[in-house]
Ligand binder design. Structure first.
Ligand SMILES: [Zn+2]
Length: 405
């Protein structure tokens, strides 16, 4: 078995040891030492990283028989019996210890306040999650979480001592332990002064103040429990910085105080809705006027007025609206198109008092443009990619209409 130095000193990040085994797992070199300060993945907490004799340690795991395996990035050339010097990534250890110790504290807070037990725990790349048996109506959950967060931070700010006890099972039975235990390979009890007793084999702060701050980020229902997400210490600071950057950036854009930003966004959304309605109305009016101007420019041919035109720099919806306005008058055929670099869109429409087949006419036009389309006898739409032919295709369709197509 590997001696766990992190059990007796969770702040130890430099140590010496002796190699007891050199393995290869899936092509990766693995070292076993007689003792280690590297925490192996387990109990919801990712493993430590760092280096052994300057070689990167990428992952650490514990085996069922109590050995701790250090996965190395490259071969070490080390032999059994050789001494090594190792360094645990101190910043990562602190980050993990803050999240893990924070979990003990908030889990006890939920237990004390609401009798809620923690049934699941994991530290992810960004947050920590706990799954709680919290019996509460949906509208009560946020308030319950706020109370637990409040109590947890009070315990953190108290800077209470955290003590580690190694006890025999019969002694453990006499302690007021929280029921849940994620690490069961020992009876190792973590005591937070006058607050929590919890069996655990992980790495913990020496005093609650090291956790810094605990901030709940959100919650959701999961597996018929309440899953609470939170960040502690350095992660809470990073989260605050990001939130502040966003809130401050918004406040500057609106030239208001941070507390006013939500009102400003609501106001902007309302204004936008009003403007969209207004723009739609104005577009209708403009299409009506444009339709009259276009009709004034074309002559009558066998009692029909044919408007065949490419209208660029315009939304296709607006072009269709213009077609509708044109054919709202009697005796009109509208053959309109809009084109972008490699795609043309067409709409063919006619007044209700005419009999020309727009569907057939449009199909033929789109085919010439290398595309397709269709619709009803009085209104059809489609497109094609041969934009350079667009003018001449429209002219041809116009001539067909004049000839009675
Ligand atoms: Zn723990």
């Amino acid at each position: 078995m590997t001696t766990k130095l992190y059990w007796t000193d969770s702040h130890l990040t430099e140590f010496t040891a002796t190699v007891v085994d050199c393995l290869t797992q899936q092509g990766q070199p693995v070292l076993v030492l007689d003792q280690t300060a590297f925490y192996p993945e387990g109990g919801g907490q990712p493993s430590d990283t760092g280096s052994i004799n300057g070689i990167e340690v990428t992952y650490v795991e514990a085996t069922a028989d109590g050995r701790i395996l250090h996965h190395l990035k490259t071969g070490s050339g080390l032999q059994v019996g050789e001494p090594i010097t190792a360094i645990v990534d101190r910043a990562r250890r602190r980050e993990m210890m803050q999240q893990h110790t924070g979990q003990h504290i908030i889990s006890q807070a939920f237990f004390q306040l609401f009798g809620a037990e923690t049934k699941g725990f994991r530290i992810t790349a960004d947050v920590t999650q706990i799954d709680l048996t919290l019996e509460a109506q949906p509208h009560e959950v946020a308030a319950a979480i706020a109370r637990a967060e409040e109590l947890a931070n009070r315990v953190i700010f108290d800077n209470r001592n955290i003590r580690v006890h190694e006890v025999m099972p019969d002694e453990a039975a006499k302690l007021p332990l929280r029921k849940e235990s994620f690490i069961t390979d020992c009876i190792r009890v973590i005591e937070i002064d006058e607050f929590d007793w919890s069996p655990c084999g992980g790495t913990h702060a020496k005093q609650t103040g090291e956790v810094g701050l605990l901030a709940v980020r959100g919650w959701e229902r999961a597996k018929q429990m309440v899953r609470v997400e939170f960040v502690c210490g350095v992660r809470a600071l990073q989260d605050y910085r990001l939130d502040h950057q966003i809130a401050d950036g918004l406040a500057r854009q609106f030239t208001v105080g941070r507390a006013e930003v939500l009102n400003s966004v609501s106001r902007l959304q309302d204004e936008n809705k009003t403007l969209v309605r207004r723009v739609k109305h104005l577009a209708e009016v403009a299409a009506q006027v444009e339709a009259q101007e276009l009709l004034a420019r074309v002559g009558e041919n066998n009692g029909k007025r044919v408007v065949a035109q490419v209208i660029n720099d315009r939304d296709f919806e607006e072009v269709k609206m213009l077609a509708h306005k044109l054919v709202a008058q009697p005796g009109v055929v509208a053959l309109l198109a809009t084109a972008q670099s490699e795609s043309a869109k067409l709409v063919f429409a006619r007044s209700a008092d005419l009999a020309n087949d727009m569907n057939a006419l449009l199909r033929a036009a789109c085919e010439e443009l290398g595309g397709r389309g269709g619709g009803k006898p009085d209104f059809a739409q489609g497109g094609g990619s041969r934009v350079n032919l667009l003018e001449q295709v429209l002219e041809k369709a116009g001539n067909k209409v004049k000839e009675g197509a």
